[in-house]
Design a protein around this ligand. Sequence first.
Ligand code: SAM
Length: 237
Amino acid sequence: MLYIVGTPIGNLEDISLRALRILGEVDFILCEDTRVTKKLLEHYKIKTPVISYHQHSDFSKTDYILDLLGQGKDLALVSDAGTPGISDPGGKLIQAVTDKFGEDVKIESVPGPSAVTAALSISGIPTDKFIFMGFPPHKKGRQTFLKKVIKSELPVVVYESKHRIIKFLEELKGMEKAMRDDEENKEKFKELASVVVCRELSKMHETIYRGETEDIINKIKDSRDDQKGEFVVIIGK
Ligand code: SAM
């Protein structure tokens, strides 16, 4: 059995009873950063041994995990925060497990928090339909990414780090202006997109910025503290 377990995105209380039970019952927990997961496990007095498994794990680590499953061990996969597979490792392992074992290993979801759903839930933007685009590429493909965000007819959710949040918002503003100034797109981009930036969701310094991109940039720039932490950006339509 391989369980894919959602864990908190900040507040350690945001974990389901089922997740806690399963983390306590499995033979091993596969995690990204053992220090991060051990903090959670210590908080809940869970003694299950951990195995590190992250985006740079090589084939031999995957083979080792496949061997454990082959021996009939039960495993749980967690990431540092939120739902494994959502801008986090997970997909590769699941693919390897299904390739090797087909239906013989059951893969079960133990749903939990994710920054994307937490941000959407408080955005106030109609979210019955949306597009999740994850992290913007750092270099190659960045302009295309920004264009897709602006052109999308549905609200778009983007993840961004503290190092690049201002840069991303400034580029977004620049791209929006360029497309509005462009004769071909003029009609379509008359309206400014409404943006919601969620910082440090579920943590002590949770801050939500709403409004026009320029105002949000100024607010974040005004305080060094506001440039710390983790960010989700929702671009409304
Ligand atoms: N698997 C996670 C999930 O389900 O949301 C996402 C992992 S991804 C590597 C980390 C990114 O998620 C951060 O850079 C940030 O964009 C977003 N994120 C995670 N926790 C967050 C939080 N508490 N507040 C705001 N954004 C968060």
